[in-house]
Write a protein that binds this ligand. Structure first.
Ligand SMILES: Nc1nc2c(c(=O)[nH]1)N[C@H]1C(S)=C(S)[C@@H](COP(=O)(O)O)O[C@H]1N2
Ligand SMILES: [Mo]
Length: 494
């Protein structure tokens, strides 16, 4: 176990210099994420929500400890079972690093150092351990114990140093140096009656640190503004490249947009709203000159994640797709894509919202397949008209009489026209809607109910969008293009 810890620590330290994701533990974790079958990933997200990454890292730790203990027990007489395990794990880590899309050849140094450290430490400790078992010298026990202590301390120091060096090289200082973004066209102020937060709905704008976060990155990609470029190429008249100063120097617009995730179950939490600051994606694409026949805007992030968006949606000026560099008055937070990301109203995030975006390729659907497309998710995924009950909470107990129900509804790019609520088997009653901010954002609703009968009650809601479509009651799972069905909450009056 100690040899393995030393190996991981050594690799982690080297990774701080050649790329944090080259740390063997993280590289294997990231590869595991990419190789996980869709059903298992679904299950993980459903069960652990955004703690899924923590669960993965913890699970890997448990497996490693078990493997190490087994290897140690098998190595009581000779060292070779342990050596085989160290080499196998080292090769596995090397393979993981080699196949990560965001890591170069130099990154292989990290697993190489891990393998070497593991071998040397294991042979060394093993020899000392054998001496104890054979009881040749009385001093051998003490020598073994000092060896154990030394390795443990060394591993701890290496891991900690790796952590500190890695932190010092993060993009946080670059983000802090950006300063204030000058916005040429601000979003209209949000009216005070745009949410019913007092009744239990979210606030209209989601604070940055409460904005939902979904991505495949175990460690937040660290891209400094001064190192960032965005390349536009493929089926264009002229290839273009922009750096951060180019983008922030253009007239910046601010738009209030609600984003949501295709993995959001009916009633789920993966939806948030922000004032995004950036430039029209259509402007950049027009400058490059999109050639006829381009169907897909294929975007790639600094960590190798990819996303395919229909060109017509990215170019639609009415929809207002952004290359965003700011969020709620600040530069994008690191977790939300600093220095730049895409935000396209009305499409689920996995087909529109590439964070840490560095490359835009105009291409066809046949030529390129995006990350989630290869994992059974749909090619096109417009947001489905949906609504959610936030109050009363499921299984809450409230006094009988006046009960105020409240929640949210969304149909980005279409807009919400109506929300209706039904108590038990009663008639559908129209709820009061909050101020209409714009068609690309959520809308809150509230309704006062008279709940006389003590006992268990069921509340259901349904939204109708501005096209006249009422959300279906038919249940569909999140895979392949977003859940449908009506949110129902059971509560008790007593
Ligand atoms: N680079 C990168 N961008 C990404 C993703 C990702 O995994 N990697 N996930 C997408 C998905 S599925 C969603 S729902 C949104 C979430 O954006 P947020 O984390 O800022 O809320 O980002 C999108 N952009
Ligand atoms: Mo998502």
């Amino acid at each position: 176990m100690l040899a393995l810890a030393a190996a991981l620590a050594g690799g982690h330290l080297v990774a701080a210099f050649v790329g944090p994701n080259a740390s063997p533990y993280l590289a294997v974790g990231n590869s595991a994420i990419d190789l996980t079958p869709a059903w298992l990933k679904d299950f993980a997200v459903r069960t652990f929500g955004t703690y899924d990454k923590l669960v993965l890292l913890g699970g890997m730790a448990v497996v490693l400890v078990l493997v190490a203990v087994a290897a140690g027990l098998l190595s009581r007489r000779t060292a070779w079972p342990g050596v085989v395990v160290v080499v196998a794990l080292g090769v596995l880590a090397g393979f993981a690093v080699h196949t990560r899309p965001d890591l170069g050849q130099l990154a292989l140094l990290a697993p190489a150092v891990s393998l070497l450290t593991g071998l040397v430490v294991f042979r060394w400790l093993h020899a000392r351990g054998l001496a104890v078992a054979e009881g040749i010298h009385a001093a051998s026990r003490r020598r073994f114990l000092t060896g154990v202590g030394g390795v443990a301390a060394g591993a701890g120091i290496a891991a900690l140093t790796g952590q500190l060096v890695g932190r010092a090289k993060d993009a946080g200082s670059s983000r802090r140096a950006v300063g204030e973004l000058k916005v040429a066209r601000k979003a209209p102020p949000i009216p005070a009656d745009a949410d019913f937060a007092k009744l239990g709905t979210p606030t209209f704008l989601t604070p940055n640190d409460a904005f939902y976060r979904i991505d495949t990155a175990l460690v937040v990609p660290q891209v400094r503004a001064e190192d960032w470029t965005l390349r536009i190429h493929g089926m264009v008249e002229r290839e273009l490249s922009f750096d951060y100063a180019d983008i922030r120097g253009r007239p910046l617009v601010e738009r209030t947009i609600t984003m949501c995730c295709v993995s959001n179950e009916v009633g789920g939490p993966y939806i948030s709203t922000a004032n995004f600051i950036g430039v029209d994606l259509a402007d950049l694409l027009d400058e490059a000159g999109v050639r006829p026949g381009a169907q897909q805007l294929f975007s790639t992030s600094a960590d190798g994640w990819t996303c395919g968006t229909p060109v017509e949606d990215a170019m639609d000026r009415e929809r207002g797709a952004l290359l965003a560099i700011g969020m709620n008055g600040e530069p994008l937070p690191l977790e939300h894509g600093f220095p730049a990301r895409m935000v396209i109203p009305g499409l689920y995030g996995y087909v529109s919202a590439t964070k840490w975006v560095t490359d835009l390729e105009l291409t066809t659907w046949d030529a390129r397949r995006a990350y989630w497309l290869d994992r059974d998710w749909a090619r096109e995924a417009p947001v489905k008209t949906q609504s959610r009950i936030d109050a009363p909470k499921g299984f809450q107990t409230v006094p009988p009489g006046r009960v105020v129900a409240a929640g949210i509804a969304w149909a980005q790019f279409t807009g919400i026209a109506k929300v209706e609520v039904r108590l038990d088997d009663g008639p559908w009653q129209e709820a009061e809607l909050s101020a209409d901010v714009n068609d690309n954002t959520w809308r809150m609703w509230q309704l006062e109910l008279d709940v006389r009968r003590p006992g268990s009650h069921q509340l259901t809601c349904r939204a109708t969008d501005k096209s006249g479509y009422t959300q279906t009651a038919e249940r569909a799972p999140v895979l392949p293009d977003g859940a449908t069905g009506r949110h129902t909450v059971t509560f008790t009056t007593r």
